[in-house]
Design a protein around this ligand. Structure first.
Ligand code: UN1
Length: 516
């Protein structure tokens, strides 16, 4: 079990080296004597301490970023799509070249373990490959016209500037899902990352800037604006931002959605999840235990797809719970750079407080803690939040179980009939990801059917998290309804036009209308 943590100085050196290799020069004087500029402090959850001051965008900077992106859009929209794909291909090459550097920054700033940090960068590489292909496949339809000598078609055009608002937990992959697809679609991007992860954002923005230089794309195809909520609000309210694609809490989405709608802009919202897995009596328990532990405790419970509720058939509940508690007891919590670690730190001590409050509420509501909950390294890193993932057995789906707590807390409930399990499954406000572990095909099919899971992602014999980029990603109800990444999610980044072409030489009106 890892016992030590890196020092903040080590992490600073590591981050600086990665940034250097990517080509980012930090203005380390920012925030120092004399300057009036607002700064955002890069920090690391590994020690909870600050790394570097990073200049924050002023309102004038945000204005300029949107103006630049809008100007670039006017040019980019008429660049042939396969040529636009060349920019994304070059970005993908640079991401491959710097996969280790970017993974270092993800670990330093977001606390992910090595394989998950590399996996996040892999997700960026994969979406670039996807978007390059997409740049030759922005298909519209030809529709049968009701009139002779007429052709009816659907054409897809670039939309405009896309404002991407991303969260700390996937500090670069979510940006890339939006950005690679938006660029192939002929849009330009202004990115407001989480203020908790400015360094990885600077690195990604620099790589895209280098890619644009290499292929001769307009420089304004992408702008980064680092800052707090006010920066996001400025993007949300700017009518030149045609689409606001925002990932974060349901509370954030509740504000963003109506504000953008009020100016008739578009939104793509990826909000909270409260994901569940049903474990049926026929389930392969070896596979289920592995799938559940990764989905519930992996990424320290900080994915929007994290497994938060387990709905287990009562005949196997005691066996499964015993196996899960045994697995939890052995989970190595600690330094995410240590190859042996599986659970890194929570993003902040505030997140730990919220986790502890949720567990206390669950207990007050009748729940029983079966595993975990202990804090680690509080003596050597009091500002960091290392915690053992928790399992709580609950009798009912009460208040706190229906909420998303962004931490590794798994609530376990039991069921008797599959209908009851599906009802429990769907009886929460969120609708992102879901899964069933079963070897009964009819049960699996029912879970995936219209009367089964009500989520945007529904899986069989695999956990709720870790989706591939090829499918569309997103969820229903309070999760916001957006779809990003693969499949035909690209359509959200374009506008369609219906074209009627009359080659008959005479005017024929639709619906047999006669006039003149
Ligand atoms: C998120 O947590 O915001 O499916 C995204 C997954 C990842 C993406 C999660 N591919 O878990």
């Amino acid at each position: 079990m890892p016992r030590t943590l890196p020092t903040t100085d080590d992490l600073r050196t590591r981050a600086r080296a990665a940034l250097d290799r990517v080509g980012v020069t930090l203005d380390e004087g920012a925030g120092g004597g004399g300057t009036e500029r607002e700064v955002c402090h890069a920090r690391t959850p590994l020690t909870g301490e600050r790394l570097f001051p990073v200049p924050a965008a002023t309102p004038a900077d945000v204005e300029e970023a949107v103006a630049d992106a809008h100007r670039a859009f006017l040019d980019w929209r008429s660049t042939p799509a396969p040529r636009r794909g060349e920019l994304v291909r070059r970005l993908g090459e640079l991401l491959r070249e710097h996969q280790e550097d970017l993974a270092d920054l993800v670990t330093v700033e977001a606390g992910k373990i090595r394989s998950e940090a590399l996996g996040e960068v892999q997700e960026m590489i994969d979406i670039c490959d996807f978007a390059v292909g997409l740049s030759r496949q922005l298909y519209g339809r030809t529709i049968a016209s009701e009139r002779p000598g007429h052709r009816l078609t659907e054409t897809w055009h670039p939309l405009g500037v896309v404002g991407v608002v991303s969260a700390f937990n996937f500090p670069c992959a979510v940006w890339s899902w939006n950005t690679a697809v938006a660029l192939a679609c002929g849009d330009t991007v202004v990115w407001k990352p989480s203020e908790l992860t400015p360094l990885i954002s600077l690195a990604c923005a620099r790589l895209l800037e280098r890619a644009a230089e290499d292929v001769g794309a307009p420089d304004g195809v992408h702008r980064l604006v680092i800052g707090d909520r006010a920066v996001g609000e400025q993007l949300v309210d700017d009518s030149r931002v045609a689409l606001v694609s925002a990932t974060g809490s349901t509370r954030m989405g509740r504000e963003v959605g109506p504000r953008v709608a009020a100016r008739f802009g578009r939104t793509l919202l990826e909000l909270g999840g409260n994901n569940a897995a049903v474990v049926a009596p026929s389930a392969d328990l070896d596979l289920a235990v592995q799938g559940i532990v990764f989905a519930a405790a992996g990424t320290a419970g900080q994915r929007c797809t994290t497994l938060r509720r387990l709905i287990v058939h009562r005949d196997i509940a005691d066996t499964l719970v015993a196996r899960l508690t045994a697995a939890y007891a052995k989970l190595p919590v600690g330094d995410p750079f240590d190859e042996a670690t599986l659970v890194g730190p929570l993003i902040s001590t505030g997140a730990l407080d919220r986790m502890q409050e949720a567990v206390a509420r669950a207990q007050a509501e009748g729940g029983k803690v079966l595993a975990g909950g202990g804090r680690r390294f509080a003596d050597i890193a009091p500002d960091a939040a290392y915690v053992e993932p928790v399992i709580v057995r609950v009798g009912a789906q009460t208040g706190v179980v229906r909420e998303e707590t962004f931490a590794p807390v798994l609530y376990v409930m039991t069921y008797e009939t599959l209908a009851e399990a599906i009802a429990l499954h769907n009886d929460v406000p969120q609708g992102l990801s879901s899964s069933i572990f079963t070897r009964d095909q009819a049960e699996a099919e029912l879970f995936l059917s219209a009367e089964g899971s009500d989520c945007g992602i529904a899986n069989v014999n695999i956990g709720t998290s870790g989706a591939e980029i090829g499918g569309a990603f997103g969820g229903e109800k309070e999760t916001g309804g957006g779809r990003e990444s693969g499949s035909d999610a690209w359509r959200a980044y374009m506008r369609s036009a219906t074209n009627t072409v009359n080659y008959s030489g005479r005017l024929a009106l639709a619906q047999n209308v006669s006039f003149l």
